[in-house]
Each structure stands twice: as structure tokens, then as C-alpha cells.
Design a protein around this ligand. Structure first.
Ligand SMILES: Nc1ncnc2c1ncn2[C@@H]1O[C@H](COP(=O)(O)OP(=O)(O)OP(=O)(O)O)[C@@H](O)[C@H]1O
Length: 271
């Protein structure tokens, strides 16, 4: 297997006259934890669905674990876990029954891990799915996605309804994997993301605005009070109150400014 766990090549999705994913290409190395960020409607969910193979692009291709996402083998599918933004759960079942039914589809599913995760997320196995709160439904969706210990996790705003304790437990569970796990996680909770990501992908209006390791961004991207003297080709975002630029594209420039937080970078790139 190549070192690339997930890739997109020229991905384009159109809905009516709108292009909602616009010619996106990226390669995600195995073991990376990618924070997918962007404003509401930027195209994150659609990109994640293309990567998962649940939406067919109008152009281009997504690949997971060296296979086309749209035609994943059962063996590859068993190595992937997904959480949709609005998880499709069986409301008429009990939590334990729901877990057991889904678990039958995965050879690597273990009841022990399932029970551990449920306890970690404070999920009552005896409850009815239809009576769960929004956060509890999200916890169930996470247990369903993680109990077979997948190598790849595609998570669309998985913590938006979780309380701070459950969010912390989720972040811990994410990194409890015995081997490096590849994760793409969209979230608007940038403080959490900043602590766990190896890479960040900024999406704006269907386009991939910036994709890099977080370490490289911290080392090379600078937030400066203005664009004076910064070569135009190095500027990632500029406006009246500041400028974000990549020092790698500004050789000889004095490197004014400081490294942005993820929150600041998000604001600067979306002004
Ligand atoms: N089936 C569809 N038909 C028409 N437009 C759609 C469809 N699905 C998504 N869109 C539009 O595509 C754009 C991107 O939607 P998407 O759900 O991918 O954004 P997002 O970045 O995940 O947003 P959010 O952060 O609010 O979840 C939005 O403008 C949305 O209205």
C-alpha cells in the first residue's frame, strides 16, 4: 500500500448551476489527522461524502486505502469508519441492539471495545435510540464508527452536540488506536482541532484554500499588521486590518509578524 491513505484528484461536484466542490485535489498520508475547516456551506460535508464514496463527483476521483471510494471492496470498507453530520440511526431500536446489528457487518468489531467506548462516552446501552438526546445520538454514532477500530475515520462535525467532558473523551478515544489512524475531521470548534491535528485543510466556496501540516503553518505562515513589502505571490489573505502570508514564498523578506492560532487563521482566510 502507498503511504497515501486518502486522496482526491480534481474532485468537482455540481448541484444545479452551483459548483459546491470545485476541482479539489489533495493527498492525505496514512496516520495524518486532518482538520477540515471552513465557513457554513463551504463544501466540507460534500467533500467528506465524496471521500467516503456516498456522493459521486461530477468530475474527478476520490480514493480510500488505494481503492476508488465509489467502489470500495468489503475488505476496505471494514477498515473505514464514518460519522455523518446528521447520523442515520434506527430510532425504533435499543442502543445495544443497534450496536449489535451494525457490529455484525464488521469482522473486527469487538463487544469489549464497543462497551468500553459506550462507557467512555457515557452512553446508556439500555436506552432506546428514539429517546436519546442530540449529544447522546452523536455519541452513539461515534461508537458505531469506532467499535471496529478502523484505520480511517471520516468525521463530519462529530462533536458539535457533545458536552466538554464527552468531547475530551472523544479526543482521547481518537488517539487510543494501537496503530496510527488516519482521520479527517470537520469541526467549527477550532481550539479542540488545534490540539490534535497534524494537518489543516481550509475550504472556501468549494475550493481548497490551504492544505498543509499544522507544524509547517506554525513555522512559515505569518500574521502581519499590513501587507507592506510582502510579495503579492506570498499573500494568502490580505485586508485592511492585516495580512497572512507564507514566508516560503517571500524569500528575502524580513518575516515580520507572528504565527497565527487556528482561530485567527480561520478569521483571516474568511474575511
Ligand atoms: N443536495 C444539494 N443540492 C443543492 N445544494 C446543495 C446540496 N448539498 C449541499 N448543497 C449546497 O452546497 C454547499 C456546500 O454544502 P456542504 O454541506 O458541503 O457545506 P459545509 O461546509 O459542510 O457546511 P456546514 O459547515 O454548514 O455543515 C452549500 O451551499 C449547500 O447549500
Amino acid at each position: 500500500m502507498s503511504n497515501i491513505a486518502i486522496s482526491a484528484r480534481d474532485l468537482t461536484v455540481r448541484r444545479g448551476a452551483a459548483t459546491i466542490v470545485d476541482n479539489m485535489s489533495l493527498d492525505i498520508p496514512a496516520g495524518a489527522v486532518v482538520g477540515l475547516v471552513g465557513r457554513n456551506g463551504a463544501g466540507k460535508s460534500t467533500l467528506l461524502r465524496c471521500l467516503a464514496g456516498t456522493v459521486a463527483p461530477d468530475r474527478g476521483e476520490a480514493r480510500l486505502l488505494d481503492e476508488p471510494s465509489l467502489r470500495l471492496s468489503d475488505a476496505a470498507r471494514a477498515r473505514v469508519g464514518c460519522v455523518e453530520q446528521a447520523p442515520d440511526l434506527c430510532h425504533w431500536m435499543g442502543v445495544a441492539e443497534h450496536l449489535a446489528v451494525v457490529g455484525e457487518a464488521y469482522p473486527q468489531w469487538t463487544q469489549r471495545r464497543c462497551v468500553e467506548l459506550a462507557a467512555q462516552f457515557n452512553l446508556n446501552l439500555g436506552a432506546s435510540v428514539g429517546k436519546l438526546s442530540g449529544g447522546q445520538r452523536q455519541s452513539l454514532a461515534l461508537v458505531l464508527a469506532m467499535a471496529h477500530d478502523p484505520e480511517v475515520l471520516l468525521l463530519d462535525e462529530p462533536v458539535s452536540s457533545l458536552d466538554p467532558v464527552a468531547r475530551r473523551e472523544f479526543m482521547r478515544a481518537l488517539f487510543d488506536a494501537p496503530r496510527g489512524r488516519t482521520v479527517v475531521i470537520s469541526s467549527h470548534i477550532l481550539g479542540d482541532l488545534e490540539r490534535v491535528v497534524s494537518h489543516v485543510a481550509f475550504v472556501r466556496a468549494g475550493r481548497l484554500q490551504l492544505f498543509d501540516t499544522w507544524d509547517a503553518i506554525l513555522e512559515h505562515v505569518r500574521l502581519a499588521p499590513d501587507a507592506a513589502g510582502v510579495p503579492a505571490g506570498a499573500i494568502i489573505g490580505a485586508h485592511e486590518t492585516g495580512c497572512v502570508y507564507d514566508t516560503r514564498l517571500a524569500p528575502g523578506h524580513s518575516g515580520i509578524g507572528r504565527a497565527p492560532t487556528l482561530d485567527e487563521l480561520f478569521s483571516e482566510l474568511n474575511k
